[in-house]
Design a protein around this ligand. Structure first.
Ligand code: HEC
Ligand code: HEC
Ligand code: HEC
Ligand code: HEC
Ligand code: HEC
Length: 136
């Protein structure tokens, strides 16, 4: 489950446990009803959630934004660069969760996942819709 180098493993090295993030105890209990070590293990979360408030119990949004202020990971084809932790505050962006970009149990980097997330709406890899469409 926690492969070395994946973010969940980094957290364990820092002394955090599974329960630091998987803290939705009532839902966890029902998800594990009748579960055995030999049962098929889940490939994604379906019955429980790890939402941003949990991450933000330890991480600070403003500090994160400062740390990545110079990040050029999210650059579009026009050279417009966005800070991954200070996206435009419209509904489409505030709906993006930490775990949409940070896959805790995967070797995928946040940079790769985040870019794919932007591209899911910003076709042609251009952030400003009005580069092509008028008045949006
Ligand atoms: C730093 C927070 C964090 C820690 C620590 C953590 N997890 Fe997770 N876990 C998540 C998040 C967030 C998801 C949702 C998918 C994702 O973002 O990778 C997840 C997904 C899962 C899943 C669904 C399968 C999957 O890969 O998506 C299982 C099962 C799981 N975690 C078990 C564990 C166990 C067992 C531990 C301890 C050994 C653990 N987790 C430690 C945050 C964490
Ligand atoms: C119980 C406290 C705690 C919780 C909850 C927590 N973190 Fe962390 N996280 C830490 C600590 C401590 C570190 C190591 C120091 C640092 O890099 O800030 C860390 C490091 C990280 C890193 C850098 C890891 C790396 O491998 O470079 C990422 C990304 C991260 N956390 C994302 C998350 C996300 C997303 C969540 C919610 C799913 C989360 N954290 C929940 C305490 C926590
Ligand atoms: C839009 C995608 C995106 C979202 C949403 C996002 N991150 Fe990140 N995060 C990144 C990327 C990309 C990096 C690496 C930036 C780089 O290396 O230039 C990063 C880096 C980090 C780091 C390491 C910072 C450092 O340099 O020490 C931590 C910790 C972290 N994120 C935690 C979080 C937490 C907690 C949340 C939710 C509150 C979150 N992130 C939301 C994309 C995102
Ligand atoms: C769910 C769809 C969606 C996703 C995902 C998304 N965007 Fe957007 N984005 C939009 C829309 C729609 C607009 C036009 C303004 C609005 O209505 O929010 C926009 C506008 C923008 C703008 C221009 C803001 C302005 O002031 O004109 C930037 C910059 C941007 N997005 C960056 C990003 C980045 C970086 C990502 C990836 C982390 C991202 N967006 C992910 C839908 C999305
Ligand atoms: C690089 C230029 C470019 C940018 C930037 C761009 N679009 Fe488009 N968009 C197009 C073109 C060309 C089409 C028509 C061809 C197609 O469907 O791919 C289109 C089609 C669409 C359609 C479908 C219209 C229909 O017929 O149903 C919608 C909706 C749309 N764009 C919304 C957006 C939004 C929202 C953004 C910003 C997130 C955006 N576009 C950014 C060029 C662009």
């Amino acid at each position: 489950m926690t492969m070395a180098g994946y973010p969940a493993a980094t957290h364990e090295a820092e002394g955090e446990t599974c329960a630091s993030c998987h803290a939705d105890n009532a839902a966890l209990a029902s998800a594990h009803e009748g579960a055995l070590p030999s049962s098929t293990m889940p490939k994604r979360l379906t019955k429980t959630k790890v939402d941003d408030t949990l991450c933000l119990a330890c991480h600070d949004q403003e500090e994160l934004a400062e740390k990545t202020a110079a990040s050029t990971v999210l650059a579009d084809s026009q050279g417009l660069v966005e800070n991954p932790h200070a996206l435009p505050e419209t509904e489409n962006h505030t709906a993006i969760a930490c775990s949409d970009c940070h896959k805790m149990h995967s070797p995928e980097t946040a940079a790769e996942t985040a870019k794919a997330k932007c591209l899911s709406c910003h076709h042609e890899n251009v952030f400003e819709c009005n580069t092509c469409h008028e008045e949006m």
